[in-house]
Design a protein around this ligand. Structure first.
Ligand code: UD1
Length: 434
């Protein structure tokens, strides 16, 4: 039976993971729904003044629970029925997002565009989320202003007034968040106005949100390409929708095989979303085979060093940059990992040093000299993917490592520990008294 929210809340929130390295992981693991598609899709349900929404495949992670709580605070009815998330936004009684909850997740910014489109006003705190360097939202604001929304700031909150109107907006960079926010903001209007977004993000999650909006009755053209056109419609209606599988969870599990010298198959994935990851693992000497919606990764001897450039889709994803760096700490030779999206996303490298890794950050890159094996240490996760990188490093390290900051992993990976144990990992969870 799926645990209820109350049962989950009763679990000790903070705990440490003790991972004994040196065990080859093997077996199959099912991949859940995408976090980065689910969060905006849940926000988008606010646009439906009619009908009910039923979402299938939404992962039970803490960022999702926070988004659900925010929606409840606005007046929406939100309930888990087993693995299905039912949401009704027919009656929204507030346009003010709870400041404490809103600051916890980056995705709360999506509520700005959605509330403005639905009700013509919104108050949303400046967002929180991962600490991976500066995370401006200037594109979101410039785009909404180009749609005629009047935006001010007050005590750490964004205040917006006015229903978004027709606009042509060029994004200086293909921002995932800004593309989604502006796409949602443009969906509603009585005069069928058309908004054009140029240099839009092409990540698979954009297409998924667009498909959900279309299932609700929106008219969106070109999602998944750099030019998206949105023709406003008078109303949207709740819909039943299944979110795409999480390519980042899948990529992380494929890497557990490489990290532990094992043989892991991820199932229920969309393989083409992982093309760059598969290619990079193959380049490193991992045997990777794609069978429809499953991918098998098998380690074969020591990994080979390689350079990695993390960039926008279809390039290698920034969210797997810390994970691939973890693998490269024990590869044969020198690697250079560069992140063009989050140029400061290297906080995790301090923890690699504690484990005997030879890593040096310069500018937006980390140079890695592969050592034969890492050694166990006490390390701390500072963000979701940096935390996943520490898990990977620990799986291959000599001895038992202790990872703190596990709540970061809970934000992005549903059932991570159970899945790892199912593949043969030796992991204990130690509650930390608060
Ligand atoms: C989303 C993902 C995050 C991923 C990132 C890039 C969610 C909840 N998070 O974050 O996991 O790492 O995409 O794939 O889906 N930028 C600006 N101004 C803006 C917006 C962005 O300068 O207004 C810059 C950022 O500093 C960054 C780049 O654009 O350098 C990409 O950011 P963006 O794509 O917006 O990331 P998020 O949507 O925040």
């Amino acid at each position: 039976m799926t645990p209820t929210v109350i049962e989950e809340a009763a679990k000790p929130l903070e705990r440490a993971l003790c991972i004994e390295g040196g065990f080859a992981l093997s077996g199959e693991v099912g991949i859940g729904g995408s976090k980065n598609a689910s969060l905006p899709i849940i926000a988008a349900t606010l646009l439906a003044a009619q009908g009910e929404t039923r979402l299938i495949g939404v992962p039970r992670i803490s960022d999702v629970e926070v988004m659900c709580d925010i929606l409840r605070g606005l007046g929406a009815q939100v309930a888990w029925n087993g693995d299905v998330l039912d949401i009704s936004c027919r009656q929204i009684r507030s346009t003010e997002v709870d400041a404490e909850l809103g600051q916890k997740i980056r995705a709360s910014t999506y509520l700005f565009g959605a509330l403005l489109a639905r009700l013509g006003e919104a108050k949303v705190p400046y967002p929180g989320g991962d600490r991976i360097g500066a995370r401006p939202i200037d594109f979101h604001l410039a785009g909404l202003r180009s749609m005629g929304v009047y935006i001010t700031t007050e005590s750490g909150c964004l205040l917006g007034k006015g229903r978004p109107q027709e606009s042509s907006f060029y994004l200086e960079r293909p921002s995932v968040g800004a593309t989604i926010n502006l796409m949602m903001a443009a969906t509603l209007g009585h005069d069928h106005h058309t908004t054009t977004l140029s240099n839009a993000s092409m990540e698979p999650e954009i297409l998924d949100v667009a498909r959900f909006l279309s299932a609700m009755g929106a008219r969106i053209y070109g999602a998944g390409t750099p030019t998206i056109k949105v023709v406003a419609v008078s109303h949207l209606t709740g819909a039943t929708y299944e979110v795409i599988p999480d390519r980042l969870e899948a990529g992380t599990f494929l890497m557990t095989a490489a990290a532990s010298g094992g043989d892991v198959t991820v199932t229920g994935v969309i393989s083409e979303h992982l093309t760059a990851v598969v290619a990079k693992l193959q380049q490193m000497g991992v045997v990777v085979e794609v069978f429809g919606d499953s991918i098998r990764a098998r380690a074969r001897g020591r990994l080979r060093a390689t350079d990695v450039l993390a960039e926008e889709y279809p390039g290698f994803p920034t969210d797997l940059q810390p994970c691939i760096a973890a693998l490269l700490t024990t590869a044969d030779g020198e690697s250079l990992v560069t992140d063009l999206v989050w140029t400061d996303r290297f906080q995790y490298t301090d923890e690699f040093l504690r484990m005997g890794g030879q890593v040096k950050v310069t500018g937006s890159s980390v140079r890695i000299h592969g050592v034969s094996q890492l050694t166990s240490a006490e390390v701390t996760a500072n963000e979701i993917r940096g935390g996943a990188a520490l898990v990977l490093a620990s799986l291959g390290a000599r001895g038992t490592s202790t990872i703190y900051g596990v709540h970061h992993l809970d934000r992005g990976y549903a059932g991570l520990i159970d899945k790892l144990i199912g593949l043969g990992a030796h992991i204990d969870e130690l509650p930390i008294p608060t």
